[in-house]
Structures are given as C-alpha cells and as structure tokens.
Design a protein around this ligand. Structure first.
Ligand SMILES: [Zn+2]
Length: 437
C-alpha cells in the first residue's frame, strides 16, 4: 500500500482534541490517515510533500446538496415573478429539472462536483432530480463522483408531480441504486423523497412496501421547508408532515430530514426517537424566504449543515448561516454553533451513512484534507480557531487530498481538465436555458 508523508503544515481539527497541531506531520497509508502529530515519523515513504507552512482542515461534508442546480447560475428569471415558495418551485426549479436530459445532467454533476472539490468539500450528500432522465442517473452521479475522487450519497427525488410513470421510474431508480451500491465504500445510496406535499398516501405506502425488500434503507426528504408542506399534511388529515411520514413507517435511524423549519416540539421528539438526522440549510432558507429553523431544534437535534444546491463551499455556508441568524435580532436564548454543525454533526452523519470514519484529521479516518495557503495576521491558538476558520480562511483551499491522493495541487485540478469540464457545462447551460428562456 502506498505510504505518504505530509510535513511542514499546521492542522486545525475543529471539535477534536487537540483542535490545533502546529508544525505537524501526517502520514497516510493507502486511503487512510495513519498518524498525525508534531513528532517526525520514521519509516519509508513512497512520497514526501513539503506543505510550506499551509493550514489543513478536514475535507468538508455537505449534508444536503442538489448538484442538478449547478447550471442555474445566471439562469434567466421566470416570466411570472414567483411570490411564494410553491411558486418558486413551479416557476423555476420544476421547469429547470424537467428540461434536464442526460448530457445536461452529466454537465451538472461534473461542474457541481468540481465546484465542491475545489472548495474543499469532499463528501456530498446529494438529492437528485431530472424527471426526463431517470434511469441510470444515480449511477452516472456515482461514476462522476468516483472520477473526481469524492464520496457521494445518491438519491432520486420521488414525486407524484410528473405523473405515475415518472413516479414508478424514480422509485425503481432508487431501489436499483440501493441494491447496486450498498456496502461500497464511497457511494451511499438512499431513498429520495421530494417532499410530503408532492406525494399521495398511496405513493407513500408503495414506497414503504418497496423499501421492505431492501436489506437497509433510509429516506432523504425535504420536510417542512415551507409552512405550505405542513398545511398540506393537515389538509390530508395528519397532525404534521413528520407524523404523516411516521404513519407510513418511513422514518428510521438512516434517514435525513431536510429543513424542518416549521416542526412542532412533538415532531422534534419524533426525529429523536427514531435517531434520524435533521439538516439545516441557512442560505437556501433565506433565499426562499421560508423562515429560519429554531435555535432550540438545531441544537437539540444536533443538526447537520447543507447548502441545498446554493453552493459547494461549506465554510461560506457556515458564515452566511451565522450572519443570517445574527440579522434576526430575536434569535432566542439558545445559541447555535456553526462549527459544531459542520465539523461535528456532519462528521457523525457522514460516518454513519458511509459506514467509515470521515471528516477529521485523525488516525483511521479517510484521508480527505482541504489545505489552505493562509498565513494569518493574528495568532492561531485553540481558542481563536473559530475566527480563523470562518472569518480568515474562507477562501478556496490551494490543495485538496481525497482518499490519500492529491486531487487539487496549487489550485490546479489534477488528472482531469477543469477547462473542459467548464466549457462543456457552459455549452450545456446555454442549451438548457433555451428550453425556458
Ligand atoms: Zn433541497
């Protein structure tokens, strides 16, 4: 197995003890971190890299992303200006996802994963939707993740909004993918549900029955993102969205509950009872004006942090989350810690889902690192890490290592052409946009 040594770097390991190792050495064996410390390790190495005093953070985890939105940057605005959340979905996202075909979907995956990798995000938990290209879409995502060396969790958003045939095909794509990738180290398949309000009772029943044929499964679903989701569940005769999902036995310890903005105390208890995970997406919630998840719930449920398709950069998402929260003067008496969301709760989520240690620079963790050429103007100590992480180095890393291999070196993507990926994405975006310009 290949053994490499990284020397002359400082390690910031937020939410670990110690959280800072100055003048560190890291040894990596194969795809796994072997040792981290300030004492020079002995032994033979295949490669030795001098990191010139740079700062390493663990490769970061995005606990909820939509890579299919990668070509939406600069997209033409809808003719009818949406005035609420449901209209935003109808006028923007549901038109765009329906226009995605195989080529544009592939361009989304490549460009979106590249964007994440270059921001030091090395594990992406994705929620995919391309209703005109369903069969094989999740395998394509898994293969693209493999090409770039990332960990990807894949799921297709099942929904009734495009008719029965697409509902069936989406369910089948999830089932096929769970069977194909369960137990693989770098791909974690899940059952994607768009949201309660686009699924009938009959469909939820069908999904649960199909899941019964799998060895292991967990749902990845938008829950209570907007109050309209709760109103729909109430109108269907349920106490809440989560009560509805529980009624169909769809919540378990492998499940991800995304958003949970309007959940009640009893809903939070329900998430806890089943050991499911809540994921908070602050920049998207602000962008859609759907409200803000309560400090109390985020803290109590040890929420993860995702970007909901808004961006690939997790440090930026954390900082924006903090600023959005600070701008609401009455945030409540409970404080929340974005460092904990990103570097502790996301680490637990990813390690649980992928079944291996991911997200810290410690022995036996997968060797995923984001390395920054950041030379601070103020002292870095255990107690000043927070400020440096969110207000100092929140630029892109100069180097990214995944599975023990450099994928980005001095800002240059290795093994693949960044220019080609971006040129293809730009031409696919033009074609995609022409469908609804
Ligand atoms: Zn989402």
């Amino acid at each position: 197995m290949k053994r490499i040594l990284l020397n002359n770097l400082h390690v910031i390991n937020p939410c670990s003890d110690p959280a800072l190792i100055e003048n560190a050495f890291i040894t990596i064996s194969g795809d796994t971190i072997e040792s981290v410390g300030s004492k020079k390790p002995s032994g033979e190495f295949d490669d030795i890299y001098d990191l010139q005093g740079k700062i390493a953070l663990p490769g970061m985890i995005n606990a909820h992303h939509h890579l299919y939105s990668a070509l939406a940057v600069g997209m033409p605005l809808p003719k009818n200006n949406p005035t609420n959340f449901t209209e935003i979905l109808q006028e923007v996202w549901w038109k765009m996802d329906l226009a995605l075909d195989r080529d544009s979907t592939q361009a989304c995956f490549e460009a979106g994963l590249l964007d994440s990798l270059k921001a030091g995000t090395t594990t992406i938990i994705d929620h995919h939707c391309s209703p005109s290209f369903i069969k094989g879409s999740l395998s394509l995502l898994a293969e693209t993740g493999e090409k770039l060396g990332l960990n990807t969790s894949v799921a297709f958003e099942i929904s009734d909004r495009n008719g029965e045939e697409k509902f069936e095909a989406s369910l089948q794509e999830n089932l096929d993918t769970v069977r194909k990738f369960s137990g693989t180290p770098h791909v974690h398949p899940m059952l994607g549900l768009h949201a309660s309000f686009t699924l009938t009772d009959a469909s939820l029943k069908k999904i649960r029955e199909a899941a019964g044929g799998l060895d292991s499964w967990g749902i990845h679903a938008h829950v209570s993102e907007d109050i309209a989701d709760e109103a729909d569940a109430a109108q269907k005769g349920y106490g809440s969205v989560l009560e509805r999902l529980e009624k169909f036995d769809l919540i378990n310890e492998n499940g991800l509950v995304i958003h949970g903005l309007h959940i009640k105390k009893s809903d939070a208890e329900l998430i806890q009872k089943h050991n499911a995970q809540l994921v908070h997406n602050p920049s998207s919630n602000a962008n859609n004006r759907v409200g803000m998840a309560s400090n109390y719930n985020l803290k109590k449920l040890k929420s993860g942090l995702g970007t909901d398709g808004m961006q690939g950069n997790m440090l930026r998402e954390g900082k924006e989350g903090m600023l959005i929260r600070s701008s609401h003067l009455s945030g409540g008496k409970d404080s929340v810690d974005y460092m904990q969301f990103l570097f502790e709760n996301n680490v637990s989520i990813a390690s649980k889902l992928f079944g291996r240690k991911i997200g810290r620079i410690l022995p036996n963790y997968q060797a995923d690192l984001a390395i920054f050429d950041y030379y601070p103007r103020t002292p870095i100590t255990e107690s000043t890490i927070f400020g440096h992480v969110f207000f100092g180095l929140n630029d892109s890393p100069s180097d990214v290592i995944t599975r023990g291999e450099f994928r980005v070196r001095d800002r240059l993507l290795l093994n693949l052409s960044e220019e080609e990926i971006k040129a293809n994405a730009a031409s696919q975006a033009k074609r995609l946009w022409s469908h609804f310009a």
